[in-house]
Design a protein around this ligand. Structure first.
Ligand SMILES: Cc1cc2nc3c(=O)[nH]c(=O)nc-3n(C[C@H](O)[C@H](O)[C@H](O)COP(=O)(O)OP(=O)(O)OC[C@H]3O[C@@H](n4cnc5c(N)ncnc54)[C@H](O)[C@@H]3O)c2cc1C
Length: 506
């Protein structure tokens, strides 16, 4: 690495680091990105997980909602996301018969019929429509603020001007609201999943509200789309625009210490080299940055999810008789009723794993087969992405491999109860990632998919204005998921940290 003094150094080449780097380089700054791993992308990588098969799976993150169109167009990214016609499918048994709750993205008769079957009163589908219409209006109003300086609580509340919705999203546990407005346990659970993704919380903890909010406001619609070509397609494009703007990217360069004084920042790299810069952005988690600086790490919940990636020779058939191409195109929920979530939380807190794990799943290749070779496509192969809930890192501490086998068994049991034949009959290859694996491979502390607990997208009224990326050192900023308004595949903290540096340079 050169002895040059860069304007900005960035620890980590995750998607947010690359977004920040490109905004800064396009504004004329000299920028270096130092990434610990051999590949950039962090949690947005696509990989050939099974070397004998030409299938490039989104190994960690897999759907996109939070990435603002503005970032895609500002940076000139040639990156597309595909809408899914099916929003979700949730199989269940009623009076000994196998059924399913089908929700199309555009409300249709099949959706109404499906709601009426599970809730003959008709109340829940009406409640669903009014609830999500309110959330949509709220999302449209709040989304643009994500790329602006951080508003105070009162400013944002006044700007959104929807006091009832503000109250139930920001001030009261979302679990109470779901229970008040909906009656059916399965319908309540489908709604609740958005509040618990990667978050070991009860429906009645405010942390669930924050997670819920981020899952509903992306791009002003909250729609979760399929990244065309897989998540790695985003990284490829970000690398292209970063290099075109003049960003230096160094892989295999783990930062081991950070030193700062009034004039500059110095980074020690594991190979013995050093990097010097006027400003530092950390795409690594705030806990990692604290270790590198020798300061106190922030407290956070640990990661609580299992990621399972599967290559299949054919889609499994369902007992309910629905076409699997519909059931698996959207989000497929299993064992995710409201009461299952609460019961599972209690079990895992006691250190026990349930026999059937709450999981959600989708088939990428139904929307976008291009992640498979022509040959595999021709042979009818498909991929499944399973995200298991409420599997905290501490369950895996004593024996990661043994707990992964147990949790995989529990995930398969959840699915198999609704399938004609066990899913194992069609699986060609499978990989399982526990929170500990995720920490080991890409450095997410305790496998927390958001680096640390998500925060509401505002500052308290008494706190200083800023971009939500500041630290106690005026030369050091957080540009990754651990910033306020970070978390998820969004590029938002990358954008905001770049703006904070440009403001500081004025
Ligand atoms: C299993 C899983 C599924 C998910 N699913 C989704 C999803 O479908 N949709 C969604 O929106 N979000 C999802 N997320 C969350 C989302 O992927 C992350 O919040 C987001 O990608 C974080 O991006 P980032 O750029 O801030 O950080 P990261 O992607 O974590 O990148 C940080 C980078 O810093 C590097 N680094 C760390 N320490 C050092 C060091 N000391 N020196 C140098 N480099 C270092 C790391 O190697 C890494 O490349 C998921 C996450 C996981 C793990």
């Amino acid at each position: 690495m050169s002895k040059e003094l860069y304007d900005v150094a960035i620890i980590g080449g995750g998607h947010n680091g690359l977004v920040a780097a490109t905004y800064l380089a396009q504004a004329g700054k000299s920028v270096i990105v130092v990434e610990a791993n051999a590949e950039i992308g962090g949690a947005t990588a696509s990989v050939r997980a099974f070397p004998e098969y030409d299938a490039r799976l989104s190994r960690y993150s897999y759907l996109v909602s939070l990435l603002p169109d503005q970032i895609v167009s500002d940076l000139g990214l040639n990156f597309e996301c595909i809408s899914r016609n099916v929003s979700s499918y949730t199989p269940y048994s009623k009076d000994g018969a196998d059924k399913g709750l089908y929700v199309a993205r555009q409300w249709d008769q099949a959706t109404v019929d499906s709601f009426n079957e599970i809730d003959p009163t008709g109340n829940d589908w009406k409640a669903w429509q009014s609830f999500y219409n309110e959330l949509l209006e709220f999302a449209e109003k709040i989304a643009p603020s994500m790329l602006q300086p951080l508003k105070s609580r009162s400013e944002l509340k006044a700007m959104v001007d929807m006091p009832t919705v503000w109250n139930y999203l920001m001030e009261r546990p979302i679990g109470e609201v779901i229970q008040e407005r909906f009656t059916n346990d399965i319908i309540r659970g489908v709604i609740l999943t958005d509040a618990l993704v990667g978050t070991l919380a009860s429906a009645f903890d405010m942390q669930a509200n924050i997670c819920f909010l981020y899952h509903l406001i992306g791009n002003g619609t909250g729609e979760w789309k399929v990244p065309k070509g897989g998540m790695g397609a985003l990284v490829k494009e970000l690398e292209r625009v970063a290099r075109a703007a003049g960003v230096t990217i160094c892989v295999n360069s783990r930062v081991t210490e950070v030193h700062s004084n009034d004039n500059e920042i110095a980074l020690d790299i594991a190979d013995g080299s050093k990097v010097r810069a006027q400003y530092l952005l950390s795409n690594a988690a705030p806990q990692t940055l604290a270790k590198l600086r020798g300061t106190q790490a922030p407290q956070s919940l640990e990661g609580a999810q299992m990621k399972i990636n599967i290559l299949l020779k054919a889609l499994p058939q369902l007992k309910s008789g629905i076409d699997p191409r519909l059931a698996f195109a959207g989000t497929f929920h299993a064992q995710e009723s409201f009461s299952n979530f609460e019961d599972t939380l209690e079990m895992v807190k006691r250190g026990e794993l349930p026999e059937k794990l709450p999981v959600e799943m989708y088939c990428h290749t139904l929307s976008d087969p291009t992640i498979l070779s022509q040959e595999l496509q021709g042979q009818g192969y498909q991929t499944l992405t399973i995200f298991g809930f409420h599997t905290p890192a501490k369950l895996f501490d004593s024996d990661n491999e043994a707990m992964k086998s147990a949790a995989l068994k529990a995930a398969m049991a959840s699915l198999n109860q609704y399938l004609v034949e066990p899913i194992e009959n069609v699986i060609v290859a499978i990989e399982v990632k526990s929170p500990l694996d995720i920490e080991g491979e890409i450095g997410l502390p305790r496998g927390n998919i958001f680096h640390k607990d998500l925060s509401f997208p505002f500052r308290e009224d008494h706190q200083l204005p800023g971009w939500g990326v500041e630290t106690d050192d005026p030369r050091i900023f957080i540009c990754g998921a651990g910033a306020i308004r970070g978390g998820g595949v969004s590029g938002i903290p990358g954008h905001n940290a770049a703006m904070a540096v440009l403001d500081a340079c004025k």
